[in-house]
Design a protein around this ligand. Sequence first.
Ligand SMILES: C[S@@+](CC[C@H](N)C(=O)[O-])C[C@H]1O[C@@H](n2cnc3c(N)ncnc32)[C@H](O)[C@@H]1O
Length: 213
Amino acid sequence: MLTALRDQLCFFRQFRQRFETTGAVLPSSRFLARAMTRPLQSLSGPRRVLEVGPGTGAVTGRIVRLLRPDDRFDLVEINETFAQHLKDRFQADPHYRRCADQSQVHVCPLQDFACEAPYDAIISGLPFNNFPAELVESLVDRCLGLLKPGGTLSFFEYMYIRPARLLITRGPEGERLARIESILQDRFTRCRERRDWVFVNMPPAWVQHLRVR
Ligand SMILES: C[S@@+](CC[C@H](N)C(=O)[O-])C[C@H]1O[C@@H](n2cnc3c(N)ncnc32)[C@H](O)[C@@H]1O
């Protein structure tokens, strides 16, 4: 309870200080975390798992509970405050400590992450709607490129937010959103496996699961 409150405060402070990269007021709910980690549950090990944009660990907490001893878990976080928060948790929280030796927090943007080998599952919290369209394209394609054949990229988007903003936004901002929509729709057509609807989250969200063949 106290930990959840501390996480929310930390998250809200980062939302105010670094709105563009934080992209949300509150961390994801446990229902959203469960949907984001769905593909992980059906994979037989040993599994290589990457979390991009873990923030205060709303989804990380679920991932560490699902990890098996021979899995590998990398986390890539651009924000040093969030990264330190997670590093502390890997030392202090028993669920995290159990898998500390097989996990590593990398403090860098995904663009600069030097990956050693491809992943079976990538779970991303990146706030695509906040980024320039070219960056969204390169980040989504980077994630898809880091997957093994058959691997899954799971990421969330707040329900109807981009379509609604597209209806009321004109000019360069409207063009940016339209371009993001078109980039993502193209990847959905090519590789979407399923979409989960998560209503118990602030705000409600879709989880998009993309699989590379
Ligand atoms: C919407 S928050 C999601 C946090 C957490 N996964 C959750 O669901 O509560 C976005 C996260 O992505 C991180 N982030 C943004 N741009 C990034 C980038 N280029 N590379 C790595 N992390 C990034 C932010 O610092 C933040 O932790």
